[in-house]
Design a protein around this ligand. Structure first.
Ligand code: ADP
Ligand code: GN1
Ligand code: MG
Length: 370
């Protein structure tokens, strides 16, 4: 885990323009990658207001300037689309607050990168589905996000993490982690390793289809967890897609799949009681309906057919990423307890097993909305 960088944080706070006095700074959200802080200010004229400050993870996002260029370009593009539709770009897309020098990031004295966003008020992010309607809304929003970016010039986007959802190379990295076994943990997780090796075959399916041009490369979000959507507290509508670090060319079925593995689970991603973990078919159906409606007819017949595969492969991929990180000593995903990444891996593998049992139902549901 990275050490706290208090001086960097203070310098960053002072290097983004702000009205009024700073009242509080608190860690915020439950993301696994960046350090997010909620800043509250008191403005004598306008009262209290909030801001999001993020310490970007430079070990993972090795080219932060390119990454911020992506975010500026994508949010500027989205702002225009939202205005065309008469929407409110202050709430329906992220708004980067420039640093005092006008750049969309601040570099502290240790070379760490910081950025700030306007806080989206009156909306919440959820780690688990509280009301099924929220899940439908998140599906519609992610589908709609993809549709809004359908004509975005994809070749101008930087690849912020190479091979992010190249499941085959993720598997190769996992295999190397097992072989190196730098922490001597492999023997104790033999069952999970065996499960992974028994499922290797699925890792080439989607990449193979892409290579054969059976599915199109689109501009996708690539990290479509429920907690990357803001749901309006008053209307219950999905209003804003956030966490744009991985917006890159990718597969629509992967965006669908990542949402299913996280939001259609009956338990949290890090639940330790695996009896509680299942892929809920009612939630799967709601998400399918919302995503297909949000994409508004843009998905090809092949993409529709492969939605269940997207769910299974993304869940498996996430499972091997968690397991590889456990084997490597928890260097990628933030952990909050011993064995956290192993617990996360186990829920993903349990979900894969459950999807295999429910495979026919999943396909039937998708056909109903195709
Ligand atoms: P990570 O990459 O670590 O997941 P996110 O960008 O998703 O970081 O931010 C973490 C959390 O912070 C989100 O789940 C959300 O609760 C909150 N958050 C991020 N940006 C905003 C924003 N502009 N307005 C309100 N809340 C936000
Ligand atoms: C990370 O940043 P966050 O917490 O939204 C990860 C995703 C994983 C997810 C698992 C850049 O997402 O790929 O699916 O954790 N993001 C990155 O919960 O690796
Ligand atoms: Mg996030």
């Amino acid at each position: 885990m990275r050490k706290e960088n208090d001086k960097g944080k203070t310098d960053a706070i002072n290097n983004f323009s702000s009205r009024g006095n700073l009242v509080s700074v608190e860690p915020y959200g439950s993301g696994h990658i960046n350090d997010t802080y909620l800043l509250i200010y008191d403005d004598p004229e306008k009262g209290q207001y909030k801001k999001i400050l993020q310490h970007m993870n430079r070990q993972i996002f090795t080219r932060p300037i390119e990454l911020m260029e992506n975010i500026m370009n994508v949010t500027t593009y989205l702002r225009e689309r939202i205005l065309e539709k008469g929407g409110d770009p202050e709430r329906e897309t992220l708004n980067v607050i420039p640093a005092l020098d006008g750049k969309p990031y601040y570099i502290d004295s240790e070379g760490e990168y910081w950025r700030a966003y306007q806080f989206i008020t009156g909306a919440s992010c959820y780690d688990q589905v509280k009301k099924p309607e929220n899940f439908y809304q998140s599906a519609f929003s992610f589908g709609n996000f993809q549709r809004m970016l359908a004509d975005y010039p994809a070749d101008t986007l930087h690849e912020t993490i190479q091979g992010f959802h190249d499941t085959k190379s993720r598997f190769a990295a996992f295999r190397r982690a097992v072989e190196a076994d730098v922490c001597g943990r492999a023997e104790s997780v033999r069952k999970e390793i065996d499960f992974a090796f028994a499922h290797e075959e699925m890792t080439g399916v989607l990449g193979g289809m892409l290579e054969r041009k059976e599915m199109p490369l689109r501009v996708t979000h690539n990290d479509t967890k429920l907690n990357n959507i803001m749901i309006d507290d008053a209307t219950g509508k999905g209003i804003c897609v956030i966490d744009l670090d991985t917006v890159m060319p990718g597969l629509a079925v992967n965006d669908f799949g990542d949402s299913i593995r996280f939001g259609a689970s009956t338990a949290a991603e890090d639940e330790t009681d695996l009896d509680k973990v299942e892929c809920d078919m009612e939630l799967f159906e709601l998400y399918t309906k919302g995503f297909v409606e949000g994409c508004a007819g843009s998905l090809t017949a092949k993409e529709l057919e492969m939605l269940p595969m997207g769910a299974k492969v993304m869940t498996f991929e996430c499972g091997i990423r968690f397991l590889a990180d456990y084997l490597e000593g928890d260097v990628y995903f933030k952990i909050h307890r011993e064995g956290h990444n192993l617990d996360r891996c186990r829920t993903q593998f349990k979900l894969v097993e459950d999807m295999e049992k429910k495979w026919d139902i999943m396909n039937e549901i998708v056909r109903k909305y195709s």
